[in-house]
Design a protein around this ligand. Structure first.
Ligand SMILES: *[C@@H]1O[C@H](CO)[C@@H](O)[C@H](O)[C@H]1NC(C)=O
Ligand SMILES: *[C@@H]1O[C@H](CO)[C@@H](O)[C@H](O)[C@H]1NC(C)=O
Ligand SMILES: *[C@@H]1O[C@H](CO)[C@@H](O)[C@H](O)[C@H]1NC(C)=O
Ligand SMILES: *[C@@H]1O[C@H](CO)[C@@H](O)[C@H](O)[C@H]1NC(C)=O
Length: 197
């Protein structure tokens, strides 16, 4: 009984620590495309409440687990992360500063199966772009995308397929996963190195 209580207390502490890791960050989600087919599919299958939680959970996972940024000083100074679902055209999603835009047309057209899992994976990928260092804009674009898909992979929402280590997205993600298996913490160190150069 005592052991059980101790374990329960310990797990609460871990949750609290995880929460403080990104405690000052505000997460919001808005659907501006609720009057479109894709926007309606988003509301029905995913929803803003769930998405807000994913932004928060993904942030904790990225900073504390993947990037091993135990001290707040190691992290990028981010105050708020916003998701906007919009009739955007082009890519499935994109991130500019701390705002993630999810394209309602992508959600509307998605035919690969579980749309909620796909959107969750896309949000882990885009949230990584908010937090990752990019060598002050000089880092290889394929590597930046690869790190974001590596996070997706490790979170259990693996993306599709490709065949070159630096082509970005899923292939680079699996290459990074291989490096991390040889040298645990490899991706965390790689990200840290891209802070300045
Ligand atoms: C949805 O609403 C927005 C803003 O009110 C408007 O600009 C857009 O044309 C509407 N789209 C559809 C498909 O009705
Ligand atoms: C977020 O994390 C909490 C705590 O681990 C979990 O209970 C919850 O289901 C997660 N939410 C989502 C949307 O993943
Ligand atoms: C699918 O994508 C096309 C091209 O972007 C768009 O015109 C169409 O409205 C989308 N369909 C849905 C259901 O969102
Ligand atoms: C995480 O960072 C700490 C120092 O902040 C270090 O001691 C530890 O080895 C790192 N863990 C991994 C897996 O790299």
């Amino acid at each position: 009984m005592k052991l059980h209580h101790l374990a329960a207390a310990a797990s609460h502490l871990l949750l609290a620590l995880a929460a403080t890791a990104v405690a000052v960050v505000t997460f919001t989600a808005t659907n501006t495309a609720s009057n479109t087919t894709g926007g309606q599919r988003f509301d029905q299958a995913v929803g803003v409440a769930y998405s807000t939680q994913v932004l928060s959970n993904a942030s904790t996972f990225i900073c504390s687990v993947v990037f091993n940024q135990t001290r707040p000083a190691d992290r990028k100074p981010v105050a708020a992360i916003s998701l906007v679902v919009a009739d955007a055209g082009g890519a499935a999603a994109f991130t500019s500063d701390d705002t993630i835009t999810l394209n309602a047309l992508y959600v509307g057209n998605y035919s690969g199966g579980d749309v909620k899992a796909e959107v969750t994976g896309v949000l882990f990928h885009e949230t990584t772009h908010v937090w990752q260092w990019d060598g002050q804009g000089q880092a290889d674009g394929g590597l930046i995308e690869g790190v974001a898909d590596y996070v997706r992979l490790k979170a259990g929402y693996a993306p599709g397929e490709g065949d070159r280590w630096d082509q970005g997205y899923d292939v680079t993600a699996r290459f990074l996963d291989y490096c991390d298996s040889l040298e645990p913490g490899f991706v965390a160190l790689l990200n840290a190195k891209m802070k300045d150069g």
